[in-house]
Design a protein around this ligand. Sequence first.
Ligand code: IFM
Length: 447
Amino acid sequence: MTMQRDLDMTSLKFPATFEWGAAASAFQIEGAAREDGRGPSIWDTFSHTPGKVLNDDNGDVACDHYHRWQEDLDLLASLNATAYRFSIAWPRVQPAGEGAWNERGIAFYDRLIDGMLERGLAPHMSLYHWDLPQALQDKGGWGARDTCARFADYALEMGRRFGDRLRSIATHNEPWCTAVLGHQNGQFAPGLRDAKLANQVSHHLLLSHGMALAALRASGCKTPLGIVLNQAPATPARNTPADVRAAENAYANFVRWYMEPIFLGRYPEIEGRPLPEIHDGDMALINVPLNFLGINYYTRTWASTDVPPVPAPMLMGVSDMGWENYPQGLTELLLRINQDYELPPIYITENGMANRDEVAGQRVPDHARTEYLRSHLAALSAAIAAGVDVRGYFYWSLLDNFEWNSGYAKRFGLIHVDYETQARTPKESAHWYRDFIATQRGHRKGG
Ligand code: IFM
């Protein structure tokens, strides 16, 4: 076992400056939902609506990270990590989404960012990881064009407050989820089911990204700016024209719909999908250079038109979300987008699996996650060797946390959280990752 582990760890070589980290987001870990002047977000409203989240779980306490952030940063640093990806809760720093800034909320992120720097963790900040101020939702949310201007104001202020201490700023995390899961399927906040609205929301998210970049750059902000997109290659179940077409259609809706406005300045033509309402100048605002692109990769899209559908083979196992472990999909995806677009440097901003972890004594034996990590890092290394410029990797997630409409039932963390006691226990995958990073960094810091 030890020999196998060592073999796995030394056979991969990442660039010397590669950044190693883990990611989390504000609503999923912070708790302190009504503390220090934080305003309500759409996820507070949604999770407090009976039946929307498994077990009616909510984010009121979550991992209590708002009070335990020092311990959490210590844990991340103890894994030899060099970077942390976190998000700002917009309603914590601007409770109504416009107007007054909440200095107590801003002070929390000041402490958090300084805490990262003290521990040698490069701060990678996301502005929007789904917790829109409820007050903006009441005015139409992402369906309203005006929300884009509010977002640009918020981005500008966050850049002014924190920019010089940050390694990067991402505007949105996974706009596909906000648009489709939030406005078309009703699974995520704000829980709407309106395909036309969802299509418009996708445009407003991209537009707000472009407006935020324009505002930040006009202010002289020098922090690298980008966006985080969730992506997957699509595999036809059978080599039939119908499955091949279904796979290309799925890929177009999931990946190309977001990439082409940003990198080519136009939406792709997709069968059955109308264009959203686009104003003069919108596409030029969206089609501006990025300093980096964040990619979140979990699994591939499997396209079958048979009834019943041909199931995915699941040869490398399946996560507790029911998602197929398919590490080579990461290589396939990166090679394809690298060929299709002129890309800036890439970060893998999320990659991970949910597993049914249990604490056994002081140990959390999560072999499946270690294997997931190992195989995806090998797939990433293959993409880099083939010429893709990837600068860092963030495991999702640092801690077990609030997994949206699955509540606390799904555990993605490197660190186990006991929600009764808030005790943190590093899982075996965390030990593996710590050793792996140490090897990559060329020096061991214990263990
Ligand atoms: O927990 C989420 C995260 O907030 C966004 N990307 C996917 C993760 C796992 O579902």
